[in-house]
Design a binder for this molecule. Structure first.
Ligand code: NDP
Length: 296
C-alpha cells in the first residue's frame, strides 16, 4: 500500500462555496429585515488610492449590494486630515440609514487609525475593531466580531469540524486576526495556544495541534512536517509567491498530504471574510432596529 493510499483523503475546505452559502443566508435575513422596515445600510470609507484597498472595497461593495444591502462608498483623497476623517465618521455615526461603517485599512501615512476606529459607534463597527467590541469578545458579551476570525469559525462549523476540547494553535497575534481568533476558539472551548515571531520551536508546537491556523504573512512557512496527521489547517495568509501568484502561509502541497482538512489559498479564508462582513452588517442592522436575529 502506498503512503497516499494509507491516508484518508484530505478534505479541502472550499471557502468560495461556503461563503456563497453564508451570503445567501444573509440575503434572506436582509429581506426579512426589510419586511420589518429596516433596510440595512453599509458605508465604506476609502482614503487614498492604495490599489489593493481599491480592489477590496470594490469586492465588498459588490457582495453587499448583491445581498440587498444599501452600500454607500465614500472616497476621500490621501490628503484628508485626521479632523476631516473624524467628521466623516461622526456624520455616519449619526445617520440612521447607516448600520455598518467600515474604514478601509491601512490608512495613508499621517492618519491615526486607532483614533479613528475609537470614534466609531461600536454598534456600527462591522470590522469589530472598536475597543468596546474587543472587550465584548473577551468577556463573552454581545458585540461585533472581526470578519476574518469569524469566517474561520464559520468555515469550521459549516464543515462540522469540532472545536470544543480540541488543541488549537494560532500562529500570529494581531488585533485583526490572531488574537480575536484565539478568543473565539477559547469561547468555543478549544485549548488554545497563541504563537508569534518569538515562539521557540514552532513546528513542535503546531505538531501537537488538532487545529492549526496560520495568520503570519510569510509565504509557505508552515511545512507538511509541522502538521499532525489528520489535523485541520486554516490558512489565513495572503502572500505573493516567487511566480507572482497568491500563496498562503502554509505549504499547501506538503500540508494537504498530512492534514485531515485544509483551506486553499486563494479560495479558502479570503472569501469568508467578505461574507462575514455582510453578516455583521445585517446583525448590526437587526440590533439597531431592536429586531431579534433569531426571529428573522
Ligand atoms: P500582522 O503582520 O499584523 O501579524 C503577523 C503575525 O505573525 C505577528 O503576530 C507576528 O509575530 C507573527 N509572525 C511573524 N513572523 C513569524 C514567524 N516567523 N513565526 C511565527 N510568527 C510570526 O498580520 P495580520 O494578522 O494582519 O495578517 C496575517 C496574514 O493574514 C497576512 O498574510 C495578511 O495578508 C493575511 N490576511 C488575510 C485576510 C483574509 O481575508 N484572508 C484578512 C487579514 C489578513 P509578532 O507579533 O511577534 O511580530
Amino acid at each position: 500500500m502506498t503512503k497516499t493510499e494509507a491516508k484518508q483523503a484530505v478534505q479541502i475546505l472550499d471557502g468560495k462555496a461556503t461563503a456563497l452559502a453564508v451570503r445567501a443566508d444573509v440575503a434572506l435575513k436582509v429581506q426579512a429585515l426589510k419586511a420589518h422596515g429596516v433596510a440595512p445600510g453599509l458605508s465604506v470609507v476609502l482614503v487614498g488610492e492604495d490599489p489593493a484597498s481599491q480592489v477590496y472595497v470594490r469586492n465588498k461593495d459588490r457582495a453587499a449590494t448583491a445581498a440587498g444591502i444599501a452600500v454607500r462608498q465614500i472616497t476621500l483623497p490621501a490628503s484628508t486630515t485626521q479632523a476631516e476623517l473624524l467628521a466623516t465618521v461622526a456624520d455616519l455615526n449619526a445617520d440612521d440609514a447607516v448600520h455598518g461603517i467600515l474604514v478601509q485599512l491601512p490608512l495613508p501615512k499621517g492618519l491615526d487609525a486607532d483614533a479613528i476606529v475609537a470614534t466609531l459607534d461600536p454598534a456600527k463597527d462591522v470590522d469589530g475593531l472598536h475597543p468596546a467590541n474587543v472587550a465584548a469578545l473577551w468577556t463573552g458579551a454581545e458585540g461585533l466580531v472581526p470578519c476574518t476570525p469569524a469566517g474561520c469559525i464559520e468555515l469550521l462549523d459549516r464543515h462540522e469540524i469540532p472545536i470544543a476540547g480540541r488543541r488549537a494553535v494560532v500562529i500570529g497575534r494581531s488585533m485583526l486576526v490572531g488574537k480575536p481568533l484565539a478568543a473565539l476558539l477559547l469561547a468555543r472551548n478549544a485549548t488554545v495556544t497563541i504563537c508569534h515571531s518569538r515562539t521557540e520551536d514552532l513546528p513542535a508546537v503546531t505538531r501537537a495541534a488538532d487545529i492549526v491556523v496560520a495568520a503570519v504573512g510569510r509565504a509557505r512557512m508552515v511545512r507538511g512536517d509541522w502538521i499532525r496527521p489528520g489535523a485541520t489547517v486554516l490558512d489565513v495568509g495572503i502572500n505573493r509567491g516567487d511566480d507572482g501568484r497568491l500563496v498562503g502561509d502554509v505549504h499547501f502541497p506538503e500540508a494537504r498530504e498530512v492534514a485531515g482538512a485544509i483551506t486553499p489559498v486563494p479560495g479558502g479564508v479570503g472569501p469568508m471574510t467578505i461574507a462575514m462582513l455582510l453578516s455583521n452588517t445585517a446583525r448590526a442592522a437587526a440590533r439597531l432596529g431592536s429586531i431579534p436575529w433569531e426571529r428573522l
